[in-house]
Design a protein around this ligand. Structure first.
Ligand code: GLA
Length: 416
């Protein structure tokens, strides 16, 4: 790299830091404990329970069109998913076109009329979600919001957007450059990122519209610790999921220890659902749904709803699994114990009940047990099997079930 490029880069970084209102060397606390005018926003009413809906990325990726989104809206209604709680219809990356001379972003030719699309989605009793990046470019190389945060937030509000996923993408490159420029500042990248997320959070709030703010930065620098301070309703805790048991289970079971950071209005997000995309067995998809429910995770389906079979629909719309996810106590579950391939998780529920997941991560069926005393019922409890949709009656001591390879038995244990 020659000196001229170096100087150009320096100027760019100083410009970026200024755009994000960051002074190199600013201690983390200066961003984390915002001044009174930026007091921690109360977003608890925006997403009192984990948001549920559908997102285009996992199936359609960069090919998504207006017709795909309308079809997803239609099928959310006709499959009963909307009535089961899946209300957000979220376009992910690749809807963006160019900015005009006045800085207004336009959608591309695959989305000829966003206002009309939004009206269509709303006419079905659904909500409309969109995607952008705090960087200049999205992960797929489309136009991001850097330097246009307020304009973009106003545009979303004018379109009737109800949900924004804000994906780090190219800001990461700028963060790397800033780090190279300020090697002695351990927090320069973190501060830059938090300021960027703060900026859009403020811009969304300034529109006066209720917009779920969903951070996507792959869990870098513990977003569960600062997400609420930027006005986020949810934040990704991990890199991207894929439609494989290995990846889904690695992400899901790695969520242990994060329960304290979730609660009404702010949720850990282990990424969207892959149920129905075809590369996992029904037992594996039940594990996916059960884990996400125990984790109080946002439930954003990511399959082609027009081709969804009955088995996948039953998994996605199991009312009792959804009720665990949406439980009003708002407490995320956690690992109770692990014994080799056997992994047992629990989640406190309203009404003094507890959800228990008996997971078998091994390659052949295994008996998995839970001692009822370990989940607060030393004198016994009533037990219900969520996937078999069966009351197991009053039990004492322990409950044991034979759990298939990569499968789960999901129980609700309660006093009544
Ligand atoms: C990142 C995100 C994904 C998806 C893509 C789109 O990888 O983590 O969820 O939004 O970008 O480009």
């Amino acid at each position: 790299m020659n000196r001229h490029t170096d100087m150009k880069q320096s100027a760019l970084i100083v410009g970026l830091l200024a755009a994000l209102a960051i002074v190199p060397g600013t201690p983390v606390g200066a961003v984390e404990s915002a001044p009174a005018s930026q007091a921690v926003p109360d977003v608890s009413r925006i997403a009192p329970t984990p948001p549920m809906g559908w997102n285009s990325w996992n199936h359609f990726a960069g090919r998504v069109t207006d017709a795909d989104i309308r079809s997803a809206a239609d099928f959310l209604v006709s499959t009963g998913m909307r009535d089961a709680g899946y209300v957000y219809v979220n376009i992910d990356d690749t809807w963006q076109g160019k900015r005009d001379a006045s800085g207004v972003l336009h959608s591309n030719e695959r989305f000829p009329d966003m206002q009309a699309l939004s009206a269509y989605i709303h006419s079905k009793g659904l909500k409309f979600g969109i995607y952008s990046s705090p960087g200049a470019r999205t992960c797929a190389g489309y136009e991001g919001s850097l330097g246009h945060e307020a304009e973009d937030a106003r545009l979303y509000a004018a379109w009737g957007v109800d949900f924004l996923k804000y994906d780090l993408c190219s800001l990461r490159e700028d963060m790397k450059k800033a780090k190279a420029e300020h090697p002695d500042d351990p927090d320069v990248t973190k501060n830059m990122m938090i300021a960027a997320y703060h900026k859009m959070g403020d811009a969304l709030r300034a529109t006066g519209h209720t917009i779920v703010y969903s951070l996507c930065q792959y869990g870098v620098d513990d977003p569960w610790k600062w997400g609420p301070s930027v006005g986020a309703s949810m934040w990704r805790t991990t890199g991207d999921i894929s439609d494989s048991y290995a990846r889904m289970s690695k992400i899901g079971f790695n969520q242990a220890g994060l329960a304290a950071f979730a609660g009404a209005g702010h949720w850990n997000d282990p990424d969207m659902l892959e149920i129905g995309n075809g590369r996992m067995s029904a037992d594996e998809y039940r594990t996916h749904m059960s884990l996400w429910a125990l984790l109080a995770a946002p439930l954003l389906a990511g399959n082609d709803l027009s081709k969804m079979g009955a088995a996948d629909r039953q998994i996605l719309t199991n009312r009792e699994a959804i009720a665990i996810d949406q439980d009003t106590l708002g407490k995320q579950g956690d690992r109770l114990y692990q014994d080799g391939d056997l992994d047992v998780w629990s989640r406190p529920l309203s009404g003094g009940r507890v959800a228990v997941g008996l997971f078998n991560r091994g390659e052949s069926p295994r008996d998995v047990s839970i001692e009822l005393a370990k989940v607060g019922f030393p004198g016994g409890a009533r037990v219900r099997d969520v996937w078999k949709q069966k009351d197991l009656g009053r039990r004492s001591g322990s409950v044991t079930d034979t759990v298939p390879k990569h499968g789960v038995t999901l129980l609700i244990v309660g006093p009544q």
